[in-house]
Design a protein around this ligand. Structure first.
Ligand code: IMP
Length: 186
């Protein structure tokens, strides 16, 4: 089994990576279990931040970092790379602000973006980007997943990510980025 350090402290992301990568023979460990501090995310793009996090973690091991977020048309593409900071731990309040902005703009278009950066022990990196287009729901719905899942309806569906349960991992922005990563590793 190949050990892969996931450079995240987000339990929701770690659970999704376990589900996606463990069945493929990866021994997935989280940054917290390894006693890693999180570096400051100073990049202007998802790809830059993923690289910063992957390189900070790849200390003699292979590390995979994820930088991701929700881009809302009515917020000019925000909160984007600031998604975690925009919520500041209070997701119901962030949902209300996003719903109000979409109503005011009469525009519910949104997308999730996931940048993955794989850093090898020698510092070589490879980056993969997955996106999922969709729209903001009229109201939060569903109880699975994490973060903004209750307000995002992916294209082709009538339910939110948080109502899709395990199906999210077959169609999500993260699943699309992971598919590219796996093609690269093969
Ligand atoms: P990061 O740790 O800086 O990449 O922050 C990503 C933030 O974007 C998370 O804390 C969530 O708020 C949001 N996010 C990223 N991916 C997802 C997802 O799959 N579902 C819901 N929210 C997500």
């Amino acid at each position: 089994m190949k050990r892969l350090l996931i450079a995240t402290h987000n339990p929701g992301k770690l659970a999704e990576f376990r589900g996606l990568l463990q069945p493929l023979g990866f021994d997935v460990v989280g940054a917290e279990a390894m006693g890693f501090a999180e570096p400051e995310e100073t990049g202007a793009t998802f790809a830059q931040n993923a690289r910063i996090k992957a390189l900070a973690a790849a200390n003699g091991v292979m590390a995979l970092a994820d930088d991701s977020g929700l881009c809302v048309a009515a917020l000019a593409g925000g909160p984007g790379v600031l998604s975690a900071r925009y919520a500041a731990g209070d997701y119901p309040a962030a949902f209300s602000r996003i719903l109000a902005a979409c109503e005011a703009a009469a525009d519910r278009r949104a997308k999730f973006v996931c940048a993955l950066c794989l850093a090898r022990p020698d510092g070589a990196t490879a980056t993969f980007i997955g996106q999922a287009e969709g729209r903001i729901a009229n109201a939060p719905a569903g109880a699975t997943g994490f973060g903004y899942d209750p307000i995002f309806i992916p294209e082709g569906f009538h339910t939110t990510y948080a109502e899709l349960g395990a199906q999210k991992s077959t169609i999500s922005h993260r699943a699309r980025a992971v598919a590219q990563l796996l093609a690269h590793l093969r």
